[in-house]
Design a protein around this ligand. Structure first.
Ligand code: SF4
Ligand code: SF4
Length: 451
């Protein structure tokens, strides 16, 4: 069986982002394979844990993946401040006499944005609305490579490593079966320190925000990278909860057109024509976005990565260009307007890019989460919940089709959701031994007690 068939069978999707099926991403021949070890968002520690504790396995998977895609230039890109991770990977590389190189990036946000990383490692700018493949690169991440290693040993993708931090008693990395409840993960970290709190699934800048009760219904999926508990009054929480109407009103009345949001925008700095200050100005002059959808600057909202630098760090007026871009993107999507790729010459990073990198800790401070920033997390807590609820959609593409029924006994690793034929998608497997209780959007399995 080829490596691609093994990866497809195991149901591996990108662990670092939206969950693009890995067997599709790796179905190419390229010059560069770049493994993202920069753990983009402050506070997350999962990939760092894996780089320290699973370095030989990761290097083996990276080598096999590079062979698969014919990559001659093979890098793990991580931050220069990750001393223990660098030592561990260097040892594994030397022991295996491997051709994998480490690329040490500065400690800035968003170092782990794959387009920013490709620009740093290759010196090439991914074109607007393009993908790394457009410039001869494939980017995968550390946790995905570890899943590839496990698949090479015959183990399907059934468990997830994730960081649980913030207002919990013992911030930790949790090893959880897919479909485990967020609550089980929070308990594994010693429980919440607050009576009431908000939960971010993912990182503090780009993760999804839930109220305490909403979070109880959330389960670990293939793309869950972290669970962060924050006080309800945290600056980051109130900024996210500002209603759209007041965001737009304030954008119209308070934007001083200083253009800081554009000057600091990481995508603008890689050479893209995204200028959030112009989007803000145009909305200030015209309240009805539907009248602006043909405008060149407005359309550039589609290439905003939603990294949040503009509103978290750049804007001196406390405005929300990112959320305005999200609003414009939705309007463009509703009007079925796709991004028009330019047929012009390749784009190049702007010279000032080097001087406009924002230290990760400063962005954590602006978000009001710096008190959780320096946690050293070395511990791993494995959880074994009594039941799991495994979503049939945990990836980009079509949901998987259930191949089990209520009442059926399953074992961990058994196929329970099959990728539809000829569709983009990924297989899904049982993450515990047990009995299927129900099958809907989620497959619910009760654990079978072993005597
Ligand atoms: S969120 Fe702001 S800074 Fe980030 S890419 Fe979009 S416009 Fe640029
Ligand atoms: S940084 Fe703020 S005030 Fe300045 S142009 Fe951008 S949105 Fe307007």
């Amino acid at each position: 069986m080829s490596l691609l068939e093994i990866i497809e069978g195991a149901g591996i999707v990108g662990c670092g982002g939206a969950g693009f099926p890995t067997h599709v991403k790796l179905g190419c021949q390229v010059e560069y394979l770049i493994i993202n070890g920069a753990e983009c968002e402050p506070l997350l520690r999962t990939d760092r844990y894996l780089m320290i504790h699973k370095a030989p396995q990761i290097i083996q998977a990276v080598e096999e993946t590079a062979k698969q895609i014919g990559a001659e230039k093979i890098f793990i890109a991580l931050k220069c401040t990750y001393k223990e991770e660098i030592a561990s990977l260097t040892k594994a590389i030397q022991e295996k006499n491997s051709s994998v190189h480490l690329y040490e990036m500065k400690n800035f946000y968003p170092a782990g944005d794959e387009q920013i990383m490709v620009c740093d490692v290759t010196g090439r700018t991914v074109p607007p609305a393009g993908i790394p493949l457009d410039v001869g690169a494939v980017v995968s991440n550390i946790a995905t490579m570890y899943a590839v290693f496990e698949a090479m040993q015959g183990k399907n993708f059934t468990h997830k490593y994730l960081t649980v931090t913030g207002e919990v008693a013992h911030p930790t990395v949790v090893y959880a079966p897919l479909g485990a409840g967020f609550e089980d993960c929070i308990q594994a970290a010693g429980g919440a320190l607050l009576e009431d709190y908000m939960v971010i699934a993912g990182g503090p800048l780009m993760g999804k925000l839930f109220g305490k009760e909403e979070a109880r219904a959330q389960v670990v999926s293939k793309t869950t990278s972290g669970i962060i508990l924050l006080p309800k009054q945290a600056a980051l929480v109130s900024g996210r909860e500002t209603p759209l109407r007041s965001i737009l009103n304030r954008a119209k009345s308070a934007c001083i057109q200083c253009s800081n949001c554009t000057e600091m925008c990481p995508r603008y700095l890689t050479g893209h024509p995204l200028r959030p200050h112009k989007i803000m100005r145009k909305l200030a002059y015209n309240a009805d976005v539907t009248e602006l959808l043909e405008d060149f600057d407005i359309r550039q909202a589609q290439i905003c990565s939603e990294c949040g630098v503009c509103e978290t760090f750049a804007c001196p007026m406390g405005l929300h260009p990112r959320q305005v871009n999200v609003y414009v993107k939705q309007a463009l999507a509703q009007a079925k307007i796709k991004y028009q790729k330019s047929q012009e010459e390749p784009v190049f990073a702007r010279d000032e890019r080097e001087y406009r990198r924002i230290p990760s800790k400063r962005i954590a401070a602006r978000l009001g989460v710096v008190k959780y920033y320096d946690y050293q997390i070395d511990e791993l807590k494995e959880i074994q919940p009594s039941h799991v609820e495994i979503p049939l959609r945990q990836h980009i593409g079509a949901p998987s089709e259930a191949v089990v029924k209520a009442g059926e006994k399953v074992v961990c690793g058994q196929l329970i959701g099959k990728k539809p034929q000829k569709a983009l998608g990924a297989n899904i497997h049982a993450s515990i031994d047990g009995t299927v209780v129900s099958v809907g959007e989620r497959v619910v399995i009760e654990r079978r007690e072993t005597k």
